[in-house]
Design a protein around this ligand. Structure first.
Ligand code: SF4
Length: 309
């Protein structure tokens, strides 16, 4: 049985690792962009971002003063047994958020939207957000935390089916022009595109695509994978560099996820995951052993399943 104390301890450590240490895939991509960037000012900025990553790891401090919003993605094995059940798991995640807000520290960003009341622990009504998915034939629990930054850079548009791929590319480019030229969402960023489903579903999928797939990962559908590369090329060649400067290095990668939609529409959501790519995953096994990793492996074949068995 997975103990509540194991979840609490693991979630605390998970937040520390996420806040401080940039995942290797993002680090290496920023390194690559800094070598390729031809604009001197943008190249300088990328160099400073790399120095900042290194300083955070060396000094064990959060990599950005704005520590974003802690958010959890929990994948539960169908055979997993959790002491105290799901309510205990949620309590542990809320407690770990409050504890690490003090211990790391994280900036207490969560406030009441009207009164601006701050509990000073990043916990409040519907905060932190916890999303769930399930996995057949396994008995572990995976917990991924992201400290998602950036109030800006997210967008939504309802396209018609006839808009098709050209309409999607148009919206993508409009979104880049709107946010990248002003450096909003602190690029270079991973851009997630959610296509289909409903208005809320496509926005959720876009965020998961941006935050829960590593740089370089491709959608298993070859046509969608090709489109990911085309959009990444559009992002690279559109003239945008890091933090709103000119250049060719505003995009770390583009990830697309799709969901079946109403036959009359093609809703599209776009989300950006800034260069502070704070994400870490822990797997907790029934014997309470623990493994940390950088790839969330959120989009499993089961999660993307298409029809009945
Ligand atoms: S968008 Fe990202 S890098 Fe920019 S201030 Fe927010 S958390 Fe920091």
């Amino acid at each position: 049985m997975i103990r509540g104390t194991s979840i609490l301890d693991a979630a605390r450590e998970l937040n520390v690792r996420a806040a401080i240490d940039i995942p290797k895939d993002a680090y290496q991509k920023v390194e690559q962009l800094s070598r390729q960037e031809t604009n001197r000012l943008s190249s300088y900025v990328l160099g400073k971002i790399l120095e900042n990553y290194d300083a955070a790891t060396k000094d064990r401090v959060a990599m950005c003063a704005d520590t974003g919003l802690p958010r959890y993605y929990v994948k539960i094995g169908n055979d997993a047994v959790i002491e105290g059940g799901m309510v205990q798991l949620e309590k542990a995640l809320r407690q770990a958020t409050a504890d690490t807000t003090v211990s790391i520290p994280l900036r207490p960003n969560r406030v009441h939207p009207f009164t601006r009341k701050d509990n000073n622990n990043n916990v409040g009504m519907h905060a932190p957000t916890v999303d769930y998915s399930f996995e057949p034939d396994v008995d572990w629990v995976d917990i991924t935390v992201t400290h998602k930054g950036g109030l800006f850079g997210g967008d939504y548009r309802m396209l018609f089916p006839a808009d098709g791929i050209p309409g999607l590319k148009r919206f993508f480019l409009d979104s880049l022009a709107e946010f990248l030229r002003r450096g909003m969402a602190c690029q270079p960023a991973t851009i997630g595109v959610g296509v289909g489903g409903t208005k809320d579903m496509c926005v959720r999928l876009a965020k998961e695509a941006a935050c829960l797939r590593i740089v370089g990962d491709r959608n298993p559908d070859p046509e969608i994978a090709k489109l990911e590369e085309e959009l990444a090329e559009i992002g690279t060649s559109a003239g945008f560099g890091p933090m709103g400067f000119q250049g060719n290095s505003a995009v770390l990668d583009v990830h697309i996820e799709v969901a079946y939609a109403h036959t009359g529409g093609m809703p599209v959501g776009i989300q950006q995951f800034c260069y502070a790519q704070r994400r870490k995953t822990v797997r907790i096994f029934p014997d309470n052993s623990i493994e940390y990793r950088e790839d969330p492996r959120w989009f499993t074949p089961y999660y993307r399943r298409e029809t009945i068995e």
